[in-house]
Design a protein around this ligand. Sequence first.
Ligand SMILES: [Zn+2]
Length: 124
Amino acid sequence: MRHANDTPPSPYVTGVAGRCPRCGGGRMFKGFLDLAPRCEACGLDYSFADAGDGPAVIVTLLAGFVVVGAALVVEVKYEPPMWLHLVIFLPLTLVVCLGMLRPLKGVLVALQYRNRAGQGRLEK
Ligand SMILES: [Zn+2]
């Protein structure tokens, strides 16, 4: 159990692990990408969290770089037939994208909590 004067857990560690950004204990997700309503350990309400399209954009850019780069290297070095490209790189694309989505969403939500990020509001 954490105490108020402990240093808070790293948003990167808790995010990648899918743990609560405040206590580092409870699970952040209830499904593959669905957030739980609140932390089961410390009760932190996750309704503040809105990563929006952030994880998908980052995954698209990174996976595109990795998979297209790998396909280019394989093509230049081995010149395999097109069907072999499809057999290798379509599943690789799926694995890379799905594998990165959840940790990235976790990190974005944890960073949002840490930095108290939210909608811009005008002072009254
Ligand atoms: Zn918690």
